[in-house]
Design a protein around this ligand. Structure first.
Ligand code: ATP
Ligand code: MG
Length: 484
């Protein structure tokens, strides 16, 4: 059964019990109060009628007394009977004379004292055949001779209880209404409270279910300052931690796969290079020898030139491949990054000139020197500059910007190389650093893979970033010496 339903059942049962108990106590008191009020009113009425008829009573003149009380009888006052000192009926209204058991005898004790009274609740059968009866409160009080303690007799009256019962019913109805409204308000409040308590719990349950299904991206949106709020906060921290751990694991997995891939590429390349290199060298030497012969006509020479060019391509491929797969020790030395950049620019100057490409350099002042393998970093820059040069149109522009980044983990020199070529399409971005990934007809696809391998060897990073204009933009971050 859901928590909310259980909570509602408990609260409703508790509230119901409480309301019934409180109402029972109040009803008991109210009914008692109504009874007391009617009793006192009855005693006063009896004394009042006795007082009014005192003169006639004292002189034993029952006629005016009976005339007076017959007049007073109404729906409320059912009967009035006067008894003399011997407790014999002296005067009574006509109706009650037919009820001998009520009329005949006084109920007062002969030893009665001032202030005493007799009270009894009884039923008077009004229609004997149908069994209808009237409920009556009978009150009898003594009558004393004025100025003395001598008892003259007594007066007995019967008051209808209908009015009192109606009042009791009204009081009960009101109490039931108050109780029901209280119960309704209480249950409504409990429902609201149950919602307030269980809604965050529902969110927590939802979150847990999602986590159990492997979705760690769910943050629970509860900001209450209570235990549930604390629980949600810890829950969110836990899912963040899980998400982080999963990302790390995925990255480690990727690195492992990459390392395995590179290792197998390395093994294959080494054996390919070994198998191809020797026969290729002899083919190359033989072609050279044939070319030295004077009997060759121009067409044969042309064919041999093409063959030599092809062999040059294969040699270049093998060189690049071995370069990529070979893990050589870094020859570390302190270098100014600007100096390495300048040397790289010098090496690519002719290519830039041929395509009329403008190269701009922006250098932040006082860049620290970095501990790197100069040749390898130059290789990285050349690979990226070659790509940029190949990407831009004639008359294009390449910019190299050097700056210092200060972060929590120390300082890093950033080399940003951007061009105004067509840029890298989004769908290609995740592949450009993969070995043998190329979109060029004559490309090998090892330039960026090699660059990343070298930068990672330097404990740095390389990635493509959004270019402010069009074109591609690469950031190379090299940690400064203190960090290593
Ligand atoms: N500046 C650039 N502008 C546009 N695309 C680029 C740029 N630099 C790299 N790329 C994309 O990244 C791919 C991979 O580049 P990478 O240098 O690794 O290989 P490549 O240039 O194709 O071949 P090579 O091994 O001869 O360098 C390229 O084929 C190209 O699609
Ligand atoms: Mg390239």
């Amino acid at each position: 059964m859901p928590l909310r339903t259980r909570f509602m059942i408990y609260v409703t049962a508790l509230l119901g019990g409480l309301v019934v108990l409180v109402l029972f106590l109040i009803e008991h008191r109210e009914v008692r109060a109504i009874f007391e009020e009617h009793k006192n009113r009855g005693i006063l009425t009896a004394e009042y009628i006795a007082q009014l008829n005192y003169d006639s009573v004292i002189f034993f003149d029952n006629e005016p007394v009976e005339e007076d009380i017959n007049k007073r009888i109404d729906n409320n006052l059912i009967y009035v009977i006067f008894y003399d000192r011997e407790n014999k009926p002296f005067a009574a209204n006509d109706f009650i004379k037919g009820y001998y058991d009520i009329y005949a005898d006084s109920n007062l004790d002969p030893e009665v004292e001032k202030g005493d009274y007799f009270l009894e609740l009884k039923n008077i059968a009004t229609e004997k055949k149908t069994g209808r009866y009237l409920r009556v409160m009978e009150i009898e009080v003594p009558i004393y001779v004025e100025g003395s303690s001598t008892k003259w007799g007594s007066i007995k009256i019967g008051l209808s209880l209908e009015e009192m019962q109606a009042e009791e019913r009204k009081t009960r109805l009101m109490l039931i209404l108050i109780g029901c409204s209280g119960l309704l308000i209480g249950v409504g409040g409990a429902a609201l409270m149950a919602r307030r308590i269980t809604k965050p719990l529902d969110k927590l349950v939802d979150g847990t279910v999602k986590i159990s299904k492997g979705d760690f991206s769910q943050a629970i949106d509860i900001d209450t300052q209570d235990e549930i709020g604390e629980l949600a906060q810890s829950f969110n921290e836990m899912s963040q931690q899980l998400q982080l751990t999963r990302k790390r694991m995925e990255a480690a997995n990727r690195r492992l796969i990459q390392a395995e891939k590179l290792a197998s590429i390395g093994r294959i390349s080494a054996s390919i290079a070994h198998e191809i290199r020797n026969p290729l060298t002899s083919v190359k030497l033989n072609i050279q020898k044939v070319m030295e012969s004077e009997d060759l006509d121009d067409i044969d020479k042309e064919h041999l030139d093409i063959s030599q060019e092809g062999i040059g391509h294969i040699e270049n491929f093998i060189k690049e491949l071995l370069n990529f797969t070979r893990v050589s020790e870094l020859q570390l030395n302190f270098f100014s990054v600007e100096q390495i950049v300048d040397e790289s620019i010098k090496m690519i100057r002719n290519t830039l000139k041929l395509k009329d490409v403008e190269l701009a350099k922006e250098v932040q002042e006082r860049l620290p020197q970095v501990l790197v393998d100069g040749d390898k970093i130059r290789q990285v820059l050349l690979n990226i500059l070659h790509n940029a040069c190949e990407a831009v149109d004639k008359g294009g522009k390449i910019t190299i910007a050097l700056s210092l980044l200060k972060g929590r983990r120390g300082q890093k020199v950033r080399i940003r190389i951007s061009d105004n070529g067509p840029g890298i399409p989004k769908k290609n971005k995740e592949n450009i650093f993969e070995p043998f990934y190329t979109t060029k007809s004559t490309g090998i696809g090892l330039g960026l893979a090699n660059a990343r391998k070298i930068i990672v060897q330097h404990k740095g990073s390389i990635h493509d970033v959004e270019n402010e204009g069009s074109g591609a933009c690469f950031d190379i971050l090299i940690p400064c010496e203190e960090e290593k």
